[in-house]
Design a protein around this ligand. Structure first.
Ligand SMILES: CC(C)(C)CCc1c(C(=O)O)[nH]c(=O)[nH]c1=O
Length: 313
């Protein structure tokens, strides 16, 4: 099958890329993604200043013999915005698009980074992480609709170019409606990436009667097989509610099967997190071959032919 895809107005050689945060924190990882079969790539969500992040263990894979999920409370470890901007300025955009993910600790930090990104006049695509922290005591931006509205207004007027947002998962129809209503008021929000990890899960080790990760009393974001149905629901919910926006699917993709499901639900690109963390950048070619085989079997020449064509009963 022909996996070439159009993202916004960009031709992309295939729809598969990494999820922000995975295999994208330092130059060696970014270079590995650039050299991999991935059709695009995104940098670790960054803050204005470099951060060490939380104490380890802060990421654990939940495995029998094969990983089926992950839990993490990394705490935004990253090299700082200037590092990723420098990478963006030496990236080969002919090879594949680069997304830069921002997760400022304050609105001001986000606007400062966005100003610099705009002034740098780089082809990099902005993905604003709405799981970024809010003022203490308030929920993350993605769950505080008033703060989300304010942030999108400020980013739109500051950046003045198309950008995207990474959304946390929603679990209530009224929340899909309210989030979409806000997003649809910002035409510069050209794409929506669903979903970020399912927040504040708790995994327990039976033998030791202990949490698996150290930060936050063991509470962390869930990824992998556990989140696929929620990810598909969020992709489809925003695909239905935001007809003028492009959807990027993320959550539970470990083979061509889940990639196909995300595209059927409405995704244009798909991002791999947990499985990339465990398998490494070789996963992209494997998933692409599997996706292509499924499309051939079903008689689809391009992803366009089945994108969003999920049938209901
Ligand atoms: C959760 C935050 C630390 C506020 C943002 C960064 C982030 C992290 C992280 O750096 O802990 N992990 C995720 O699964 N998703 C995220 O968006």
């Amino acid at each position: 099958a022909d996996l070439t895809t159009q993202f916004l107005d960009l031709p992309v050689k295939n729809p598969v890329m990494n999820a922000a945060g995975v295999w994208c924190s330092v130059a060696s990882q970014l270079e590995a993604l650039a050299e991999s079969a991935a059709g695009a790539m995104v940098t670790k969500s960054c803050t204005l200043q470099p951060r060490d992040g939380n104490p380890e263990p802060r990421y654990r894979v939940l495995d029998g013999d094969k990983p089926f999920g992950s839990i993490n409370s990394m705490g935004l470890p990253n090299e700082g915005f200037a590092y990723y901007l420098r990478y963006a300025q030496r990236h080969d955009y002919e090879e594949k698009p680069l997304f830069v993910s921002l997760s400022g600790l304050t609105l001001d930090d986000n606007l400062t980074m966005i100003d610099s990104l705009k002034d740098a006049v780089t082809p990099a695509i902005l993905e604003v992480n709405l799981s970024c922290p809010n003022v203490p005591g308030k929920s993350q931006i993605g769950y505080d609709f008033e703060s989300m509205d304010t942030l999108l207004a400020e980013v739109s007027s500051g950046y003045q170019r198309p950008f995207g947002v990474k959304l946390p998962p929603y679990f209530d129809m009224a929340h899909f409606d309210e989030a979409a209503e806000i997003l649809n008021r910002y035409p510069l929000v050209a794409f929506v990436t669903c979903i970020n990890s399912i927040g504040n899960a708790l995994v327990i080790d039976l033998a030791s009667e202990t949490t698996l990760i150290k930060p936050k009393d063991g509470f962390g974001g869930l990824g992998g097989d556990y989140v696929l149905p929620t990810a598909l629901a969020n992709v489809n919910a925003f695909y239905r509610r935001c007809p003028n926006k492009t959807i990027i699917g993320c959550g539970g993709i470990k083979s061509g099967r889940e990639a196909f499901m995300h595209i059927l639900a409405g995704a244009t690109l798909v991002q791999i997190g947990t499985s990339l963390y465990e398998e490494g950048p070789g996963i992209f070619q494997r998933v692409l071959d599997e996706l292509s085989a499924i499309m051939d079997e079903k008689g689809y020449a391009t992803t366009e032919e089945f994108r969003g064509k999920l049938k209901t009963l």
